[in-house]
Design a protein around this ligand. Structure first.
Ligand SMILES: [Fe+2]
Length: 205
């Protein structure tokens, strides 16, 4: 599977285009890169199967309605629908543990609330797309409407149980935007302090 990364200068958002051998493609978090993504789909003659949203904040989701108009189904955690700035007509609700068979390799959807109530991470092969749940060196903000520090801790505990070799692709290019679960467990204060709730609450943003 090929992963194309689109960087938006505005708020340093990262969008991802997952492409398999058959040229089927899935977009994660189109935000403001939707025109560049559309150009790539056209240029490489890709078949867009779906758009997945890690959460409803506008800097991740604003481009989704554009692709819905072109016929792509849009998946989002239903607890985040209230956050959408650019509404989706027929959002498809994600479920924790759901497997999506859109590409040759399945995509596992993990509900990871904390930054927002309907945040999801998407695992495809060895690649975890974390949105605003994890960045290299820290985790997402938990002071926004619908945020919940306790839920963030539970979500990170869940992610810490995954294979340490898994690569992380986050929703912004902060600190480079990419890491591994192993690296984060070793050096990210949010992971290092997971065992003790009080310590964890002292280090999260
Ligand atoms: Fe966010």
């Amino acid at each position: 599977m090929n992963i194309k990364i689109f960087h938006s200068e505005k708020m340093e958002n990262l969008s991802y285009l997952l492409i398999d051998e058959k040229k089927d493609a899935v977009i994660i978090d189109p935000s403001w890169s939707y025109e560049s993504i559309e150009k790539e789909i056209y240029k490489s003659n890709l078949s867009l199967k779906s758009v997945l949203l890690t959460h409803g904040h506008y800097d991740h989701s604003d481009g989704a309605a554009f692709f819905e108009k072109k016929g792509a189904p849009i998946y989002i955690g239903d607890q985040d629908i209230f956050l959408l700035n650019n509404p989706i007509k027929n959002p498809l609700p994600l479920k924790d543990g759901q497997k999506l068979f859109l590409l040759e390799k399945e995509i596992l959807c993990l509900h990871t609330p904390g930054h927002s109530p309907g945040s999801f991470c998407f695992l495809c092969q060895n690649n975890l797309f974390t949105g605003d749940t994890i960045f290299p060196g820290y985790c997402g903000r938990v002071d926004l409407p619908g945020s919940n520090p306790k839920e963030m801790r539970e979500s990170l505990i869940k992610i810490a149980k995954l294979d340490e070799g898994i690569k992380i692709y986050s929703g912004h290019s902060y600190n480079g935007g990419e890491s591994t679960i192993k690296k984060e467990k070793e050096s990210n204060p949010c992971f290092v302090n997971l065992d003790n709730e009080e310590d964890f609450f002292n280090v999260i943003i």
